[in-house]
Design a protein around this ligand. Sequence first.
Ligand code: BF8
Ligand code: SF4
Length: 654
Amino acid sequence: MAEKKKDRNRTIDPAALEVLAKTEGNGVESCYDRYLNMQPQCNYGNTGICCTICIQGPCRITKKASKGICGATAYTIVARNLIRHVVGGASAHSDHGLHTTLVLKEIAEGHEGDYEITDSDKLKRVAERMEIATEGRSDREILKDLVDLALQEFSRIDGTYSKWIEKTVVPDRVEKFMDCNIMPYSIHRTVSESMAQTHMGMDADPVNLVFQALKAALCDYMGMHIATDLSDILFGTPTPVVSEANMGVLEENMVNIALHGHNPVLSEMVVKAARSMTDEAKEAGAEGIKCMGICCTGNEVLMRQNVPVLTNFLSQELAIMTGAVDAMVVDVQCIMPGIQAVAECYHTKIITTMTNAKIPSSYYVDFDEAHAFEKAQEIVRVAIDAFKERDPNKVSIPQFKNKVVAGFSLESMQDILGAINPEAPIKVVTDAVDAGELAGVALFAGCNNLKVMHDESHFVIAKELAKNNVLLVSTGCAAGTFAKLGLLNSDAVDKYAGDGLKAFLNRLNEANKDKMAEKMPLIFHMGSCVDNTRCYDFTNALAKQWNVDVPKVPFVASAPEAMSEKAVSIGSWCVTLGIPVHVGVVPPIPGSPLVDGIALQIAQDVYGGYFMWEEDPQEAAKKLMAALNERSWKLRVHRMAQEKYETDSISATW
Ligand code: BF8
Ligand code: SF4
């Protein structure tokens, strides 16, 4: 173990390994070096028993000091720290959702600028779901009501509850949230409630604190669902696209622009501007301009604009170290401050764009939605100018890339399944599970984390589940791993799928052969991290088709390399909504066996979902399969009981 941590090559991505090898000892530092410098990491922080909530601290729980100076015990400290992680995640996703809502508000009020409603059908579908009248009304009138409702989701304080939750989850769940008093009024109210509740000298009860964390996690769900729904209205609901992934997408003779961050409000406009500025690039001596994505903004523009994937979170600095990135344009979240120091060793310009995410010494463009296209052109021009400064002696592009088939919104999945059963598309999946052809569905979500080998656990667990006939969907940097390593195409089906999964995917291929040029991939890429709500909508659709609550659905989630506060909140709402969640990097909880027990056991009693901490990918695959098999088996028993007693309803207990 100690040896392993001295090794800088903590990745299985061949492109990342090549960059690490070629830059060894050249003095350019990346997170792979900083991780080693950081060892050993503090075990108090690792297990969650360090409190800095007031400035009498830090207080650490030790054998000698079993309580903080104020008397807070380990369970209070761990639970308070946990809530603050969840609140951080919920705030990040919700701020993203609010940003998108405010762009649509301008459109609703007649100040379109450079944005427009791209998907009027999605607008109507979302409005109808939210019980907003659509009949005989213009898109702008409908949008105005939808934006008003979305804004209330952020700010409501009148004692009424979240509509986005009420209208998107199974009714049994809503009842459960009301019973447990975790149904939120609104996002901003819950965030401030939670920060108040965790102030020094406030709540010391770990159960009460954990329940508040779950309420905050539901706000994360609200913010994400709003972000996904409204981004589809603004930029279009994704449909299947073909592209490529990994550092081999960089082009020696083109202006290479890396789009990094999260919100398509910026990246869509940069892609549009870049596509209109080929002539300027040619004047600068390039053959053209190529945009490519990192992290979730990369997922957004892959899904809607088939922009190739450059890399995922952990290797963001390594992309610059190829010497071929002319500009890295960033907006918000998961942008390592370290990219600026790396960029200064090359010609690369780091272009920051948001008032709340600046990096000292970067090139700042004050991105203003009212002049979005003009600002995007300014950004592309900086990249073209930087191209002229590129030093060919420093350029070394790893020649690794894989074909990617992506763009699977729930709508496009339903369309594909509908080629077999147009009346009930989701029944194609439930029938396959009932027949034992599929073992269930697994979502791979989440980040990269240097505490484990970059990309490895994603790869190992996915192959294992595919062999065992699990239908796989993915989002975020997990999808980035699969894109880079060649699992998002049909060759991977031939290599890794079990017979049942192969037969299922072949049926989809056969039924869709006239409308889809590409065969189904091994894993269906459903988008960015906010699009985990698409995956939940899929679970929800399965639950409705089976006529059960989510805790009975053979659907599991795995975050083998969870890293961010956002990952903590996503995992928490998945559990609350009834999904078993594997996490491959243990969050700072085990310092309190009580809080750990709530996450691993008590959550299941109350919500049906639960966490599984497991770093070993083979063991994790076994645990995920066991969770799926248990649910599929129970479902079959219930189905038999249903048929025997000729009833439609199944008990809500699990
Ligand atoms: O929101 S998966 S490292 S990029 S947090 Fe960040 Fe994690 Fe990547 Fe996207 Ni999600
Ligand atoms: Fe220490 Fe209590 Fe202050 Fe935390 S809140 S730092 S435990 S005194």
